[in-house]
Design a protein around this ligand. Structure first.
Ligand code: PMP
Ligand code: GLN
Length: 391
């Protein structure tokens, strides 16, 4: 950590540069295979890209309406109905955002007074902590534990109290690849109802759930539609992470509060991307099934190779990511391991410890992404195979 920046407010002082920025810069600098940042190396469907250029040519280049273009809000509503049997009114219950990131940050800023508590599971996607810090809220973490990343219900019960305003849930879960089971979600839901807690449900990996499992949106559980903000993004579902088109679905008063913040963060943008993403959301089941199959094959390929290279692989049920425990190869410090990996074998990965408050629990865990071409995965694995020789 560098010395504190005197210009940065104290409550943001601990944030520094995100691990994704650090590791992607390291990959570029060292010419390493970047298995760190969850960023596909292949573009999404050509027909969606064509829809962007068509939208530009048709003059969709100025500010869109603050809630998002009607065509996209209608497409999000249709998607939620089609895949999850969830009903949202496109006008009052859906907000288009600059990626899932803005939906998350705007929600936290909208709902939390300074000092309010936000409960989240660790390891957690780093933005949750940053959004909490922006709002001057307090973070309470509940640890997901190996090997299946389950949680202790008593620990969750103890974390939720009178100051709890929000619980942030992420399923399928980055970085572990855990897909929360219905009974786990039910237990979480019961506590949130009992304590009148709003749930931010980050479901950006909703279409990356493997081995025939199903993704259960929190809003589908009894009593939860009323208190859940469901967040997703075109970045993952269509492999266009740089477009930053996301959305939040929730009851009207919650959306209104989010919108109030969002209009003062970025107002509204991404105009030509919005009708293109609307087109994508309407693509046939074969597209969504194909994405799942492709990611599952990549998961299998990378997991098998990592196992063969001696890593203890914690098999993911969803997402872009596989986690390994490096104690199986005689290492204990994931951060030092990841910082040395480019020199040792020309590969970049992410140390999962950065996603933990309880550092000891995540110290030896390392996350690799498999949202890469098969030949890139092969190259990464060949390089990792040389690790044992210390070359
Ligand atoms: N949530 C999770 C769990 C993520 O992994 C990401 C990564 N991009 C985001 C939110 C942010 O999504 P977006 O790029 O759409 O802002
Ligand atoms: N969600 C991606 C990851 O976890 C990238 C996030 C980012 O770069 N901010 O790797």
């Amino acid at each position: 950590m560098t010395a504190a920046n005197p210009y940065l407010v104290a409550r943001l002082g601990g944030l520094g540069t995100t691990i994704f920025t650090e590791m992607t810069a390291l990959a570029v600098e060292t010419g390493s295979v970047n298995m760190g940042q969850g960023m596909p190396d292949t573009d999404g469907p050509q027909e969606i890209m064509d829809a962007v250029t068509a939208a530009m040519a048709a003059g969709h280049n100025q500010y869109p309406p603050l809630p998002g273009m009607p065509v996209l809000r209608q497409a999000v509503a249709a998607h939620q109905r089609r895949f999850h049997a969830l009903e949202y009114d496109p006008d009052s219950e859906i907000q288009i955002t600059m990626g899932a990131s803005e939906a998350l940050t705007a929600s936290v800023l909208a709902f939390c007074e300074a000092g309010d508590e936000i409960v989240m599971f660790e390891p957690y996607f780093d933005l949750y902590a940053a959004a909490g810090a922006l709002a001057a809220a307090q973070r309470r973490v509940v640890t997901l534990r190996q090997p299946d990343f389950g949680f202790d219900l008593d620990e969750l019960r103890a974390a939720i109290g009178p100051q709890t305003r929000l619980l942030i849930l992420n399923t399928p879960h980055n970085p572990t690849g855990k897909v929360f089971a219905r009974d786990e979600l039910t237990a979480i839901a019961e506590l949130c109802i009992e304590h009148d807690v709003i749930v931010l449900s980050d479901e950006v990996y909703e279409h990356m759930v493997f081995d025939g499992r199903t993704h259960t949106p929190m809003a589908t559980l009894p009593g939860m539609w009323d208190r859940t903000v469901t967040i997703s993004s075109a970045g993952k579902t269509f492999s266009f992470t740089g477009w930053k088109i996301g959305w939040a679905c929730a009851p009207a008063p919650l959306i209104e509060a989010i919108r109030t913040v969002k209009q003062n963060l970025t107002f509204a943008g991404g105009t030509p991307f919005q009708p293109a993403v609307a087109h994508g959301l309407g693509m046939p089941d074969s597209y969504f099934d194909g994405l799942t199959q492709e990611m599952q094959a990549k998961r299998d390929h990378l997991s098998g190779a990592l196992q063969a290279a001696g890593f203890d692989v914690l098999a993911p049920a969803g997402t872009y990511f596989v986690t390994v425990d490096i104690t199986s190869i005689g290492e204990t410090d994931g951060l030092a391991f990841c910082r040395s990996l480019p020199d040792r074998c020309g590969v970049v990965a992410v140390p999962s410890v950065v996603f933990y408050d309880t550092k000891a629990v995540g110290a030896a865990l390392v996350r690799f992404t498999f949202c890469k071409r098969m030949d890139v995965l092969d190259e990464a694995v060949a390089r990792l195979g040389r690790l044992g020789g210390g070359s």
